[in-house]
Design a binder for this molecule. Structure first.
Ligand code: ADP
Ligand code: NI
Length: 212
């Protein structure tokens, strides 16, 4: 087995008990999309693939105790004889990937841009809609409350603390992602997914308001 196949097995075990939208299949979709983007954008394929596969094993919510050091990703890479410079490159990409409101960063490298775009593409479109409602259910959130308005322009601290409805999450994050894509390949894919999500929310509101 090469290191990519071993990473696939590692994340499958790692996410076995995870049902909040960061499951193994999320990682697998991000890996597949990141591979597609890396080839199209001519980025270093193995760096992008390893960053995509390991991007959630030290997630702020799932593994707060290893988040800062990226200890889980580091340990996997070191155990598979990846050199320290490459481990640092991969950990930098993972550190730059997450959405953090207006404090989100633009990754410094093409490889980071491909990984971030792949992760964000999985938060929009049909899959993105399903993940948002799955997350809302998992966190006991209301789908919608007409008296709770969405809050945009949140910085990192506020965005991470903020609790809202799932419909508000579309306005607070998901509708903002299409414009934040880094690579031309991802921008094109995002546009179609964005349009689909907009139509879905319009339909949701029509039904909620009894128009349809
Ligand atoms: P990231 O991929 O940037 O680490 P998160 O951990 O914030 O993103 O989100 C994981 C998934 O859960 C995404 O699909 C995201 O849209 C969804 N999600 C996060 N926060 C909320 C929320 N407050 N309401 C509904 N869905 C959410
Ligand atoms: Ni992710």
């Amino acid at each position: 087995m090469d290191i990519i196949e071993q990473a696939l097995v590692f994340v499958q075990h790692f996410f076995q008990q995870e049902f909040s939208g960061h499951d193994y299949f999320h990682t697998l979709r991000v890996y597949n999309m990141a591979t597609h983007l890396a080839i199209k954008e001519k980025a270093d394929l193995q760096i992008v693939q390893l960053a995509a596969l390991l991007h959630d094993v030290d997630d702020r919510k799932l593994s707060p105790q290893t988040h800062a050091e990226k200890s889980n990703a580091r340990r996997f890479l070191a155990e598979h004889h990846v050199d320290e410079a490459t481990i640092s490159r991969i950990c930098q990409i993972i550190g730059e990937i997450s959405y953090a409101g207006t404090d989100s960063v633009i990754p410094a490298t093409l490889e980071g841009k491909c990984a971030q775009d792949a992760d964000r593409l999985d938060a929009i479109g049909a899959i993105g809609i399903a993940r948002a409602f799955a997350y809302g259910g998992n966190h006991n959130r209301l789908m919608h409350h007409p008296q709770i308005p969405p809050k945009t322009d949140m910085g990192k601290e506020e965005y991470f603390r903020h609790e809202s409805t799932t419909i508000n999450h579309f306005y607070e994050k998901l509708f903002l992602l299409a414009d934040m894509m880094n690579t031309p390949t991802a921008k094109q894919i995002a546009l179609a997914r964005h349009t689909y999500m907009k139509a879905y929310i319009a339909e949701f509101m029509d039904e909620w308001n009894g128009v349809k």
